[in-house]
Design a protein around this ligand. Structure first.
Ligand code: AMP
Length: 423
């Protein structure tokens, strides 16, 4: 099936072609027709599935008709990066249309945004806080909005934005189309969807598990050897762009500093940076000036860099959902990716439940002198050792007593002098 079936306006179709999209992704196939019919849609879809184009294309199609120059579509996103990215996608897909879009977020001067809004825009891609600021100043008029999109709704909930969203919605016409996208569906997001969406069509793409195109490795490690292990993996992996996650801003900075000292082309991205520095860092990572980016969760949300071959969890994420989101940064669109996760003894419980939900896709690996024994599964899980068999099923302990048991899965590693076992 091709994009022709959607009968998009020729100028929008030209935008699709300019991006090199040949066939619609599953979320696009399922959601573009009902959105074009004007239905409310609740999309349970992971990041990297092509969901941005899934809502941007029908919005452009709708806005080609009717008056231009009023804000008729509003997209609300949790982070500056995501709203900027969505605005870019609108710019790319809508390049040949006369429609104008703007991104609205904090951390940059409000005056420039006010000027842009005065010059008439048709689509706004915004973060909640700054949008409320504009509403308070009367510098944005949302009374003509026909389509509201809530993107990454679960992140907005995590970040405490749901009350802001309810306040913004009060400034919108009640007669409108509402679309909500979320990788996971916590209770609060369900309630929000119930309140804001009318008779929505629910679309689910895959399970809420990390995207299928990613393979997962766990490395049992002690805190103080994490950086050495990181360098070792970077040195022995065939890779493109690498995104490393740390739990705190200060650790993102210090890990990046250590890698920089060792000669890697690395940049960090975290909430303590000014918006300008964040954008510069992202641009440098995107265009390949930096091969590695060390980031915190918040900073990395919504990042779409297509050539990320590896996500490395230097620190284990706090929840399984956070794992899903981090991993969604690699294996985007049709590419494949690998996720390496450093597991300390404290992370054993989450590692165990991830292992159970991902099954055979996760393997424990070791690196001589740098990794430790696989942490024991929490005692509360009956039969807990089931998921930690050796790859050949011989029940050998970790690390194995005999060398040379190299795993066939270690394709992208230089084999010389290395041993790896899969549990
Ligand atoms: P998203 O989930 O919207 O962040 O999209 C993930 C990536 O997939 C982006 O780099 C898009 O440019 C790309 N993409 C979206 N739709 C398609 C498509 N139909 N074919 C190929 N790539 C796509």
């Amino acid at each position: 099936m091709s994009f022709e079936k959607f009968a998009l306006h020729e100028k929008i179709f030209a935008g699709v072609q300019s991006q090199g999209y040949k066939t619609p992704t599953p979320i696009q196939l399922k959601s573009i027709p009902p959105i074009m019919e004007g239905r409310d849609v609740m999309g349970l879809a992971q990041t990297g599935t092509g969901k941005t184009a899934a809502f941007v294309l029908p919005i452009l199609q709708r806005l080609m008709q009717g008056p231009h120059g009023h804000v008729r579509a509003l997209i609300i996103a949790p982070t500056r990066e995501l709203s900027e990215q969505t605005n870019e996608v609108i710019g790319q897909l809508g390049r040949r249309t006369q429609l104008r879009s703007a991104s609205i977020y904090g951390g940059v001067s409000i005056q420039g945004q006010i000027k842009k809004l005065r010059n008439h825009v048709d689509i706004i891609s915004a973060c909640p806080g700054r949008l409320l600021d504009h509403l308070g100043r009367g510098t944005v008029d949302l009374s003509h909005v026909e389509v509201l999109v809530l993107d990454e709704a679960d992140h907005m909930f995590d970040m405490g934005f749901l009350p802001d969203i309810r306040r913004i919605v009060k400034s919108l016409p009640t007669k409108r189309q509402t679309l909500l996208f979320s990788a996971t569906m916590p209770e609060d997001v369900k309630r929000l969807a119930n309140d804001l969406l009318q008779n929505p069509l629910e679309i689910r793409i895959g399970r809420t598990a990390p995207v299928e195109t990613v393979s997962h490795r766990f490395y049992p490690v002690q805190m103080d050897t994490k950086t050495d292990l990181l360098k070792d993996l970077l040195d022995h992996t065939v890779r493109e762009a690498v995104l490393v996650f740390t739990r705190t801003k200060s650790r993102a900075k210090s890990v990046a500093g250590r890698l920089d000292k060792s000669g890697y082309k690395v940049i960090s991205l975290h909430g303590n940076l000014t918006q300008q520095k964040r954008q510069k860092a992202l641009a440098g990572f995107r265009d390949g000036r930096y091969e590695i980016m060390v980031a915190t969760d918040i900073a990395a949300r919504g990042i779409d860099v297509t050539n990320i071959s590896h996500v490395i969890n230097y620190d284990m994420p706090e929840t399984a959902d956070a794992y899903t989101h981090r991993i969604g940064r690699t294996g985007r669109a049709t590419k494949t990716g690998e996720a390496f996760t450093f597991v300390t003894a404290q992370d054993a419980a989450l590692a165990y439940s991830l292992k159970r939900s991902l099954g055979d896709k996760v393997a424990y690996h070791s690196v001589d002198g740098l990794t430790m024994a696989v942490p024991a599964a929490p005692a509360s899980h009956p039969g807990h050792n089931r998921g930690m068999k050796t790859q050949n099923g011989n029940g050998r302990s970790f690390p194995p007593k005999t060398p040379g048991n190299r795993s066939g899965k270690q394709r992208s590693f230089k084999p010389a002098g290395r041993r790896s076992w899969s549990h």
